[in-house]
Every structure is written in C-alpha cells, then in structure tokens.
Ligand binder design. Sequence first.
Ligand code: SAM
Ligand code: SF4
Ligand code: SF4
Length: 341
Amino acid sequence: MTDQPLATPVDLRGRPLRDLRVSVTDRCNLRCRYCMPREVFGADFPFLERDELLSFEELERLVRVFVTLGVRKIRLTGGEPLLRRDLPDLVRRLADVDGLEDLALTSNGVLLPRMAGELADAGLRRVTVSLDALDDATFRAVSDTTVPVQAVLDGIAAARAAGLAPVKVNAVLQRGVNDDQVETLAGWARDTGVTLRFIEFMDVGTTNRWQRDRVVPAAEVAERIAARWPIEPVEPAQPGEVAERYRYVDGAGEVGIIASVTRPFCGTCSRARLSAVGELFTCLFAAAGHDLRAVLRDGADDAALAAAVAGVWARRDDRASEVRAEGGLEGPRVEMSYIGG
Ligand code: SAM
Ligand code: SF4
Ligand code: SF4
C-alpha cells in the first residue's frame, strides 16, 4: 500500500479517529487496587502468553495503517509497558513512522531509572508517569506493593534527565484513600515543574469495586487547589483534549483535571485502543474488541487492514461515560490493564 493518507473514518456520532492507545502487555509489576486487585490478578491469573502478543513487526504495520487513516498520536501503555521485552526496539520502529506527530508512553515509573535513557535514544519524546500519593505508606497501600514511592520519584527524575520532557504525572483520586494528597501532590508538582493531572476514579472493568461515593469530583479538586494557589481556566489546545486545564495565576505552570465521571467528554472522543493481542476497542468501557490479529495473520494486505479498521470505526456509537452520567452504565466490560489505560 502507498503511504498516501486515506479518508479519515468518522463514526456514527461524527467523531474522527485521531488517537490510538497501544497496550504492549497485560502484565504489571504493581497491583493498584483500582486497576489490578491482587485477589483477582494473583499468581494463578492467566496472563497472555508471549506468542499471543502482536510482534513488533505486526505492531509497526498496524500503526502505519492507523496513521494512513488519520491517527496522529500513539501512546504505548498496558499493563506496565516497560515490562515488554525490548520495548526500545518498538519505540525505534514507531518513531520512524511518517505522519505520526506524537509518540508517548504511560508508565508507573518504577523501571524508568533503568530505561529512560534507552527509550529517549530510541526516539521517545514524552512520558506520563502515574503517581497517586507522595506519602510512602499511602502510595504502597494504593499500589499494593513494597516498592517505595521514591522509586517512582527516581523514575520521574530519570525521565527528565533523559530529556523526556515535559513529564506529565497522572494521579487517580479515591475518597478516603488518597484524597488527602491533592494539595501535597499539587505543591510538589509546582515545585518540581512537572505537569500534574488528577483523574476521577472510574468504573473500568468489573473487579475494582468502584463506588460512586469514592469518586472525588473534579469541581472539588479545582476548588481545593484554588483555595491554596489561585488558578484560571486555559482554553483547550486542540479538540478532544480530555483534561480540563488550569493555569496558576502566580506563573507556576498548569494543572489538569480529567473529569471522566462528573463531566464526560464522549462527544469529542477520537480515541481507539489496541489490546496486546491486536483487538481493536472503540471505547474504554467496551465489552469486546474486534480481532485485527486474525485479519493480519490471514494474510490481509494493508488496504484490507485499513478497510477493516475503517469499517469498525464507521459503526462506532460508544458514549459510555455519558450513559453512566445518565444513570445507566451496565453490563460486562474489559479490564483496564488488558485494554490499555
Ligand atoms: N501501568 C501504567 C501506569 O500505571 O501508568 C500504564 C497503564 S495504567 C492502566 C494507565 C492509567 O490508567 C494510569 O494512570 C492509572 O492510574 C489509570 N487507571 C487505572 N485504573 C483506573 C481507574 N479505575 N480509574 C481511573 N484511572 C485508572
Ligand atoms: Fe499496573 Fe498501571 Fe494498573 Fe497500577 S494502574 S496496576 S501500575 S497497570
Ligand atoms: Fe471515549 Fe468511551 Fe471514554 Fe466516552 S466512555 S470518552 S466514548 S472511551
């Protein structure tokens, strides 16, 4: 197939396909209770076998196809993407894809001290690190780990030193668990120069015992920050931006809040997800994906692959977070660690 751009598919609600999250593994070295509770993801859990995963050749080919269809931004995720063997080789392949404007990675940061330099050398530009508390005991309780929070802080420092900047930090807040960390995290981010984004706790998957009263609403987070450091809203830089951005009036940078539960943004959602075995999901709350690996391994050429992706997107009607806000999100859905957070 030529690398000529094809028409960008538009879904049933008029939303283009622009953004792809690629899960490279369903495994993780932490057990955050809101994502992979240890009682479910224990020693017997049937994680994917290595030969089931898409190879780097297959991933690169699929990414090229997605880019011809209009995808401009790829984020590598998982599970913990740094656990995927030889990840820098994949980064090197994807960094070379013409037309791709943004290649990023989301990580829990624990392995970044070892890997940040190699990832930057391979062509990675940015990382987002997840960090839900600065207090060590709270961090270890949320992530159900003996790894100290200092390991994540070292990971963030290593990313910055390697030039993977600006580093973004994501913090999921849960009432009664780590909501006392709002000001601590915000103050630390202001001092450190990282861009912090708070995320509302979501009912992804079916194992994390989500309860609405554990969600800390975005409005409350903004009020608490503003009470300490005055902030003003920033206009979105591009359509489909999920974080509501605020600027500190005193010039100490920005903070974002992702209000997936209280102010859903399905109306502009242009994001698809690819599982580590090559299933295409059109929503974080989907019950099932569309098997692109089978299409690939059946010998489809790039035009046929593009047609398969475009066909799935053209039939997309997802708006799960809006449905939840209207009071009715039910039914089976896949786990975040599998689909790629
Ligand atoms: N392991 C990597 C990490 O933690 O950054 C990448 C995968 S993780 C699934 C991606 C993001 O999803 C993390 O920032 C995590 O905090 C977020 N996440 C996981 N479960 C969530 C939930 N139930 N609600 C909101 N965010 C969640
Ligand atoms: Fe692992 Fe990330 Fe899920 Fe935590 S949020 S369990 S680090 S995949
Ligand atoms: Fe997009 Fe689905 Fe999230 Fe809505 S619920 S913003 S459609 S991923």
